[in-house]
Write a protein that binds this ligand. Structure first.
Ligand SMILES: Nc1ncnc2c1ncn2[C@@H]1O[C@H](COP(=O)(O)OP(=O)(O)OP(=O)(O)O)[C@@H](O)[C@H]1O
Ligand SMILES: [Mg+2]
Length: 78
């Protein structure tokens, strides 16, 4: 399953991209820097992946890929 989320915001500069999934990394004045780190963590716990494609002045697209799995009723523990 592929989920893509796009915006037409400011975009993310190339030198920032490698850092955006790090916990506590933020460029915002009021930002925790935890959002993307949490998203990545949750997605990877479910054996999915998240990728980002961004162009400054154009926008950003996140692509989340989740494996097809049969639900077993087991929950994931940290
Ligand atoms: N769609 C986007 N457009 C522009 N910059 C982005 C985008 N998504 C992430 N970023 C950059 O990545 C950084 C980290 O994002 P993240 O969502 O983890 O934290 P945050 O938005 O700063 O704070 P919060 O945890 O409150 O969401 C942001 O500070 C910003 O620099
Ligand atoms: Mg955020």
């Amino acid at each position: 399953m592929l989920i893509q989320v796009s915006d037409s915001g400011p975009g993310i500069p190339d030198n920032i991209i490698p850092k955006i999934f790090e916990p506590l990394f933020t460029t915002r004045q009021i930002g925790t820097g935890l959002e993307l780190a949490s998203c990545k963590n949750i997605i990877e716990q479910h054996e999915g992946t998240i990728q980002v494609l961004s162009k400054v002045g154009v926008g950003t697209t996140y692509s989340i890929r989740m494996p097809k799995k049969v639900m077993t009723g087991k929950s994931i523990t940290a």
